[in-house]
Design a binder for this molecule. Sequence first.
Ligand code: FDA
Length: 300
Amino acid sequence: MRAVDRAVAGFLPYLPKALVGRVANRYIAGETVEDAIRVARDLNSKGFRATMDILGEDIHRLDQAHSAAENYRALLGELHRQKIDSNVSVKLTQLGLKVDKKECLSLADSVVARAQELGNFVRLDMEDSSCTSDTLEIYSDLRRRHANVGVVIQAYLHRTADDVARLIDSKPNFRLCKGVYVEPESIAWHDMRQINRNYLEILERLLRAGIYVGIATHDEHIVQTAQRLIAELKLPPAAYEFQMLLGVTEPLRARIRTAGHPLRVYIPFGRDWYAYSVRRLRENPRLAGYVLKAMLISSS
Ligand code: FDA
């Protein structure tokens, strides 16, 4: 990240919410289910699958967790009714992971069971390292009862290769990503070359073992290496998919699809868009340009 981008990233929390919203709206479908469905329908018509994330994480009361689970069950019903090719991505802290783990498991089970009734699928997003063990534990528990659930693993964590070794016999369904949270060097690599190396080693191990992988990345080098591996292993499109975030590297997204690979777009939406937007903007290497442009537009 250039110095000017770093400076803008540091100032993000002090910028007006409306300004952050204007810059971030390319990463978010909108506030309502209808907004998300409109975006997914458009993506479906262009050959992309979708996954939907109702924004909001780390709730503090169980009634919030119950209503989040209800919102996900209702969303699954709506996706089915409107024949949208989209599954859902859920953060366990939104279902009360930090409040009551047992209740969180039961709520997650209710969402996965509803998806199963409707022939759909639930992906458990992975949050910061304070959630890793609990998320994998809840995933394993759900997986024993339901085939239609998957989890995310993060290539920047030292532990991930061991987690993969432990889970591989259960034929998991993984999304593999680099990892987005700020973690200490004692548990996570910070050097991008090391993260990329670990990403590709884990990816190869999973694909060779016949494990379904959602290859979640916008990194051209990783995409190309994955495509070579898929060709070498003669994997059918049913064995994997690429995954990207809404609004990010759309030309690369189109090229992957044109090459015949399945690709799923992650669609975040909801009233709690602010924390997600700030995270996306902090990651974005062209952050300063976008924010400055929005400031100029808003002051003109
Ligand atoms: P990298 O960060 O190296 O980016 C490669 C290139 O992509 C950049 O050079 C830039 O051009 C472009 N790019 C990346 N991010 C951009 C942005 N925000 N705006 C514009 N351009 C951008 N993490 C996690 O910890 N838990 C999770 O559950 C998930 N879930 C998830 C789902 C999906 C579908 C994706 C694609 C990603 C996640 N992530 C995640 C986030 C992931 O861990 C990671 O932080 C980002 O994908 C960025 O890493 P890349 O692999 O894209 O590479």
